[in-house]
Every structure is written in C-alpha cells, then in structure tokens.
Design a protein around this ligand. Structure first.
Ligand code: UDH
Ligand code: NGS
Length: 360
C-alpha cells in the first residue's frame, strides 16, 4: 500500500503537466493568430500580387472571355481610384478643417535645417506645392514672400508654415520672390511679381502676401481669402499683441484675384522701407472695400527679431506718395509692372524666383 502512493502522485503530476503544455500551446496559437492578423501591410501586398496575377495570368493562358472579364472587373475596381487621382469624385473639404489644433508654440532659439523640414513634410511636392488627398480644397492659394538674404528666416517660415497650411486643407504653392542684386529693396513690386509668376503656373484664385519673418501662433488663422481683403497678422508680439493702428495692412495679408485686380495690384515705386502697405490700404479703401481680420486671439503671431537690412532704409518719399494714392493707382500697378526673371528654381519646399526689378 505504501508503495502505490508515489505512482498516483506521478500520474497527477503527469496530467497536470500535459494540461499546462496544452494551455501554453493554445495561448501561443491565439497570440500568433492575432499577431499575423494585425500585419495589414504584408497581407494587402499579397492580395495585390494575387490581383495582378489574376489579370495578367489568364490572358495568354486561358480563354479570352475569362481574361476579358477579369480585366473588366479589375478596371472597374481601379476606376474610383483613378477618379480620385484626377480630383473628380472628391468631396469638397469642410468649411472648417477638422485637423486644426488651435494655439501653437512658436520659438526661434533652435535653428532648423531644410532637410529636417523636408523629412517632416513628405507630402509637400516640388516647388512647395500641396493639396489635400481626400477632399477638394475650397481655394487655390499662392503664398508670395518678398525676399532677399533672409535664409535663416525662410527656414523657420517653412518649418512652421508647411504643417499649418496642410492642416488648413489648402491647395497651395509657396513662391519666394528673391530680389536680384544689391539695389534698394522694393517689397510691393516683388509682391506684384509674385502674383504674375504664380498665375503663369496654376489657376490660383487667392493670394497670401507674407513677410518672411512672421509666423502665426494659431492654425485657426487660415491662410485663405475672404469676401473682403484680409489682414492676417493682426496681433504681433512686437506690437504687444495689438494692432498698431486701424488702417495697418502690413505683414501678412490676403486677397482674391478679383480684389487684387480691382486695385490694379500694388504700387511699384516704393523703394526702401515703409508706406507701401499704407498705399495698398488706400487702394482698397478707394474702391469701397473694407478689411476683414481674425480675432486678436486667433491672429497672434511672432516676428523673428532682426536688424534693419542694408539697402532697405526708410523711404523719405513715402509720406508724399501715400497722400496721392488715388491719383497714381490706376497708372502704377500690376498693369504697368515690368521685370526680368533671372532664374526659377523648383526646390523641394518652395519655388524660388530670382528677379531683376530694376532701381528707382
Ligand atoms: N525683406 C527681405 N530682405 C530685405 C528686406 C526685406 O527679405 O533685405 C523682406 C522680408 O520678407 C521682410 C519684409 O521684406 O519680412 C519686410 O521687411 P522688414 O522686415 O525690413 O520690415 P519690418 O517693418 O522691419 O518688419 C523693419 C526694420 C526694423 C528694424 C528694427 C531694428 N531694431
Ligand atoms: C508705419 C509705416 C508702415 C509700417 C508700419 C509698421 O509707420 O509702412 O509703420 O512698421 N508707414 C509709413 O511709414 C508711412 S513696423 O513697426 O513694422 O516697422 O508697416
């Protein structure tokens, strides 16, 4: 009797072990099943391969009816995607993009590199072009930046703006209009060149004119156009987040093509700093247009601090010129614009157009 006891214990132990092994096997099988199911990419790849084999395989081997049927089925399945690519069957994007996040942190203490900006914006195409993939953008926006020797500022601008503009679901292109040579700077004439050059590229209906050193602090400040010309940089840090004066229209503004053409574009004869934005305001006011603005909160923006540039000293003629906008605006503007394109580079994050705009 005493010798039977260890045998019983051994049997129980043996059975328990078998049960544990079985449970482990079951557990591993379930884990492997769900793991394999979660591998979406390899599976869809295999499915694609099968579809391709289905189309190409039978054509030479089996009867042509079967092959044609398979071909038609494949074509029908492919068509919606082709239409998507052509932008035909896309639904309009919503009035308010669901991708917006609101207030943003904007800092300039850590330099950014263009490689980094490129890597983090893989959907931006050559020349700084983008449009949403899953909806048709409400506006086609050309963003025009007057420029000369501000490469560090431009990197920050691209770093911050590309993600914002994509979240705003805009169909946009970025045009940096680089004044060639070392003659005195002319911001408004460069903006006119930007309008003319962008129109050669695409059927833009809206134009955003932005200084290179201004970054919005809230992505609800939409870089698009409105029923009235828009002033976007309404509360800058350098002015204590307030508008410096009611008629102020400098920094960042936007206009529909029709609004821009109604005022004959911008003046070409403001050489050096100041007054050209006031002239643009006078043009708009003379045509009975008013200025649309975001709220002070949404319109917050930061300016990259800098010293006055060489060859952009205050223009002593500016006060006299803005006193006569109404008399000069029909003669001086987009209709009388003349310049020479020196080079046009379709870079990964923007289109750089270097221009000879002459001198005073
Ligand atoms: N810009 C250039 N290069 C220049 C001059 C101007 O790219 O050499 C462009 C640039 O987009 C800039 C815009 O034109 O953002 C407006 O020029 P600005 O930045 O000189 O004008 P702002 O009124 O500054 O912002 C004036 C100089 C303030 C000096 C303050 C010194 N403490
Ligand atoms: C006004 C200038 C504008 C300029 C604004 C803000 O006085 O061109 O100051 O300048 N008008 C004239 O000079 C007639 S800022 O403080 O940004 O340098 O945009």
């Amino acid at each position: 009797m005493a010798s039977a006891e260890p045998t019983v214990n051994f049997n129980v132990l043996h059975r328990t072990c078998k049960l544990v092994v079985l449970l482990c096997f079951l557990h591993i099988s379930v884990t492997v099943f769900f793991y394999v199911r979660s591998l979406d990419i390899p599976f869809s790849f295999v499915q694609n391969q099968q579809t391709r084999a289905g189309i190409t395989g039978p054509i030479g081997t089996t009867g042509s009816t079967e092959a044609a049927k398979l071909h038609l089925e494949a074509k029908a399945a492919a068509e919606p995607e082709d239409e998507l690519a052509a932008g035909k069957s896309l639904k309009k994007c919503p009035q308010t993009s669901p991708l917006l996040v609101g207030p943003l942190r904007v800092e300039f203490n850590i330099p950014v590199s263009l490689d980094e900006v490129e890597e983090t914006n893989p959907n931006v195409g050559p020349g700084g072009r983008y449009k949403p993939k899953d909806c048709a953008a409400l506006q086609k926006v050309a963003i025009i930046i007057p420029f000369r020797k501000r490469d560090e500022h431009l990197k920050f601008w691209l770093y911050y703006l590309h993600p914002i503009l994509q979240r705003q679901q805009l169909d946009y292109g970025v045009y940096v209009i680089n004044q060639d040579g070392d003659e005195i700077f002319n911001r408004a004439k460069l903006l006119n060149v930007g309008y003319a050059e962008a129109m050669k590229e695409y059927d833009y209906d809206c134009f955003v004119f932005s200084d290179v050193d201004l970054i919005p602090m809230d992505d609800r400040n939409i870089y698009k156009c409105f029923s009235q010309p828009r002033h976007l940089s309404v509360s800058m840090d350098k002015f204590g987040f307030r508008l410096p004066y009611n008629q102020y229209f400098g920094g960042v503004s936007s206009m529909m093509k029709e609004q821009y053409l109604r005022i004959n574009g911008f003046p070409n004869n403001y050489w050096g700093w100041g007054g050209e934005d006031d002239d643009i305001y006078n043009r708009l006011a003379s045509k009975g247009m008013t200025i649309s603005r975001p709220s002070g909160d949404v319109g917050k923006c930061r300016m990259i601090r800098h010293e006055r540039d060489k060859q952009n000293e205050p223009n002593p003629q500016r006060f006299d010129r803005i006193a006569h906008t109404r008399e000069t605006m029909n003669k001086d503007g987009i209709k009388s614009l003349s310049y020479k394109v020196v080079s046009k580079e379709r870079l990964p994050l923007y289109t750089k157009i270097t221009v000879d705009i002459g001198k005073p």
